[in-house]
Design a protein. Structure first.
Length: 217
């Protein structure tokens, strides 16, 4: 069993490692205006709308769950450079001009943590299995990445395309989320169709705890 000091060390490491932090509360759905492969990486531009008013070169914006650094800013258009690792580990390789992008600026010190702690470091690519209307909301069922890079727990938190969501009915390699009308209208979830891939990030605290626990065989 992991010692209490080990868990405390995990919390300290986690807290000091967060250079940028997000909450999974989407501020604006932007639009991809340009994407171009540059060797094994890519350069892209996103219309971030009103977020540009308080944005500067070097700032981080979580874009469909991916932490990206603004390299230039012209009007509402922010440009980013993506590494080969980002293209491999996320859905970005499938993005096209006019793709909708969930955008969130990094959390400012003293701000409310409305969702959960999101690092913007995507763990793997999942897939929407189905969506079912239920009264005033919809239930989305997702399939986890086959490489087991994302783990979820009942009533835990997960970021899907950068959106903070609560899990339930976690069985096998699938889990469900209940989505209220506000979230359907203010994020890309309202447009998501069965079979489409999504960026997934498990709870970062859980990731750190898992790294300190003995591996189960």
């Amino acid at each position: 069993m992991q010692s209490a000091s080990g868990i405390q060390g995990c919390v300290c490491i986690f807290a000091t490692s967060l250079m940028n932090m997000f909450t999974g509360i989407i501020e604006f759905v932007g639009t991809l205006t340009h994407i171009e492969r540059t060797g094994a990486g890519a350069e892209l531009a996103v219309d971030i709308g009103p977020l540009s008013e308080d944005c500067h070169i070097g700032d981080s914006i979580c874009s469909n769950g991916i932490c990206l650094t603004v390299t230039t800013l012209t009007g509402n258009i922010a440009t980013y450079a993506a590494s080969p690792e980002t293209l491999v580990r996320t859905c970005m390789g499938g993005w096209r001009v006019s793709t909708d992008i969930n955008c969130e600026r990094a959390l400012a010190v003293g701000s409310r943590l409305g969702g959960h702690i999101v690092s913007g470091h995507v763990d793997g690519i999942g897939r929407l299995q189905r969506r079912q209307p239920q009264n005033q909301h919809e239930v989305f069922t997702f399939q986890l990445p086959s490489d087991k890079s994302v783990k979820v727990v009942e009533k835990g938190s997960v970021a899907i395309d950068g959106i903070s969501l609560t899990t339930f009915d976690c069985r096998g390699n699938c889990f469900s989320i209940a989505v209220i009308p506000h979230t359907l209208g203010e994020t890309t979830l309202g447009r998501l169709q069965a079979g489409q891939p999504v960026n997934m990030e498990q709870d970062p605290i859980g990731r750190w705890v898992e790294s300190l626990l003995p591996h189960q065989r």
